[in-house]
Design a protein around this ligand. Structure first.
Ligand SMILES: Cc1cc2nc3c(=O)[nH]c(=O)nc-3n(C[C@H](O)[C@H](O)[C@H](O)COP(=O)(O)OP(=O)(O)OC[C@H]3O[C@@H](n4cnc5c(N)ncnc54)[C@H](O)[C@@H]3O)c2cc1C
Length: 506
């Protein structure tokens, strides 16, 4: 057990906080098609005969057509996008997904694949009347090999449910994110979700051992291998990881689960400047080595709006910046010694001004809860522009002060937080309401700045509906051409998640 620099008594419950955020704004968002001035493509429209066909394969219960039932599937998590779908389908098997897609492809009916609908770039909801195919009922765990750590499950399994399941067998899921209680593993794969522990366990291109997917024409692609090594030709699974439902629907996933760490410790520190955060990161890497599992930062305003809007306690006093360090190891004594040495050294050097360290599960959860709730804290009032970008670490925070100056009193809050270890910063700009004037101040400015710093305009949330027309800031025309060729090859009628990821060709 490590020294607790300052004991904390906190009592927030994550589910409750996410609900609070979600219920904060009950107003229906404007229709995406109007808000973003999008023209409907020449897809067929759903007829009663189509609904009859879907009912013939799924039964009446799993075909939603009532407005009240369909509305939640049309609106994204941050209540920014609203589609106009009239039909939601809930398949239970891969065969049903295949039948649905094959039929839609022949009829040229557009489809929006949907998981937990926690995506933050508008990719998970329709723009017009695309049929929503939600995999929530494909939620069975197929097998778990406790020796290799290979888990096979259906794509609709909730990430947190999977994590609870494998924890009972001394394993953990290799990814963790604030939306884990709602997002589905198929959605995680389709967005190549990053999250809080990518620093330690790598990204999904490494952890996904294999998958099963259904192409637009209904063909089932079986790449559901659990081997660590398989160099037999093209690594097709990678086409589906991060393709945001535009190349196929992921129906099953084989994922490598690391061993449950025997010793976990979380520290939360106050820091004077972003330069000092970078120094601290360098020091943490060398002092903590292989046990470092997360190195997260948040600026003063990010923590202060979370504390204020969601009524969460801050375990330490107010500082310009905060750092959350987590270790995952196998020996409590050994890990504790390392962390204590790191702390003493950096408190003496002045890099850490104040902080708290704990290995008590409830307290660690409360600190994580504060960090994870930042994503939604601004949504409680007004409108939030959220930018999820990668920037080389030495320029990681540069854009936040620039944006503060540019926005002046048009923004109520401009704050930055994120995964320093991955060079991934989230910048939230809160404004009283969404207006074209504010949009023109922010875009394409943010993306131009990111490109000038050799960054990526989407670090982990994807391109979705919100960023296709900015993708050229991160992808060269030759790469975009190959992306279009792949799309044409795999989905010649373009029925899968139209208006997403790929920019329109003039
Ligand atoms: C509070 C909060 C915190 C978050 N934190 C993080 C974070 O730390 N890191 C991170 O990367 N993301 C984060 N996100 C974003 C989001 O949770 C992830 O993108 C997640 O992976 C989406 O999963 P989902 O099941 O909700 O997918 P959805 O939102 O339903 O869909 C996302 C995209 O994937 C497609 N899709 C979904 N399921 C399938 C499928 N089975 N087959 C094919 N395509 C499919 C959809 O069409 C859409 O384009 C956060 C979101 C919230 C609300």
């Amino acid at each position: 057990m490590l020294n607790t620099i300052r004991q904390i008594v906190l009592c927030a419950n994550k589910r409750h906080v996410l609900e609070q955020i979600r219920c904060a704004s009950q107003a229906l968002p404007q229709l995406s098609a109007e808000k973003y001035n999008v023209k409907r493509k020449a897809f067929a429209t759903v007829q009663s005969t189509d609904v009859d066909y879907f009912k013939s394969i799924l039964g009446n219960e799993r075909v939603l057509t009532d407005d009240n039932d369909v509305t939640p599937f049309n609106i994204d998590w941050i209540k920014n996008c609203r589609g106009q779908s009239k039909v939601v389908l809930k398949p239970k098997t891969t065969k049903e997904v295949s039948q649905i897609l094959s039929y839609c492809n022949q009829r040229k009916l557009a489809v929006c694949p949907q998981g937990g609908n926690t995506g933050l770039v508008g990719g998970s909801v329709p723009v017009f009347d695309e049929i929503v195919v939600n995999l929530m009922l494909m939620n069975s765990i197929v097998t778990l090999d406790e020796i290799s750590g290979a888990l096979i499950c259906e794509a609709g399994c909730i990430l947190e449910t999977l994590d609870n399941h494998v924890r009972e067998r001394n394993l953990i899921m290799p990814l963790d994110l604030g939306a884990k209680g709602t997002c589905q593993v198929g959605g995680n794969v389709s967005t190549n979700a990053g999250g809080l522990r990518l620093l330690r366990y790598g990204n999904l291109h490494g952890s996904i051992l294999g998958l099963e997917a259904v192409k637009a024409d209904g063909t089932i692609i079986d790449c559901l291998k659990t081997l660590k090594k398989d160099n037999t030709g093209y690594h097709l699974k990678h086409l589906f990881i991060g393709s945001e439902g535009t190349l196929g629907m992921v129906t099953k996933v084989a994922i490598h689960c690391p061993v449950l760490p025997k010793a976990v410790t979380v520290g939360f520190f106050g820091v004077k400047s972003f330069d000092n955060i970078l120094k601290l990161y360098k020091s943490a890497k060398s002092s903590l080595g292989e046990i470092l599992s997360a190195f997260e930062m948040a600026d003063h305003d990010a923590i202060s709006i979370t504390v204020k809007n969601l009524n969460l306690p801050n375990p330490i006093s107010e500082y310009p910046f905060y750092v959350l360090v987590e270790t995952h190891g196998s020996d409590e004594g050994h890990d504790g010694e390392k962390l204590t040495r790191f702390l003493s050294k950096e408190m003496e050097s002045g890099l850490i001004l104040d902080g708290t360290v704990t290995s008590e599960p409830g307290k660690m959860q409360t600190i994580w809860n504060l960090r994870e709730s930042i994503a939604g804290a601004g949504l409680v009032q007004g409108y939030v522009f959220k930018y999820d970008v990668s920037i080389p670490q030495k320029h990681y925070y540069d854009l936040v002060p620039k944006l503060k100056e540019r926005m002046g009193d048009k923004a109520t809050v401009v704050c930055g937080y994120g995964h320093v270890g991955d060079g991934n910063i989230h910048i939230n700009v809160s404004v009283p309401e969404y207006t074209r004037e504010v949009v023109s101040l922010l875009e394409p400015y943010v993306f131009e700045q990111v490109a000038a710093l050799q960054g990526s305009i989407s670090a982990e949330h994807g391109v979705g509906f919100r960023k296709p027309h900015y993708i050229h800031y991160s992808k060269d025309e030759s790469a975009l051409r190959l992306m279009r060729d792949l799309k044409t090859l795999m989905d010649p009628n373009g029925i899968l998640n139209p208006y997403k990821v790929l920019p329109e060709v003039d």
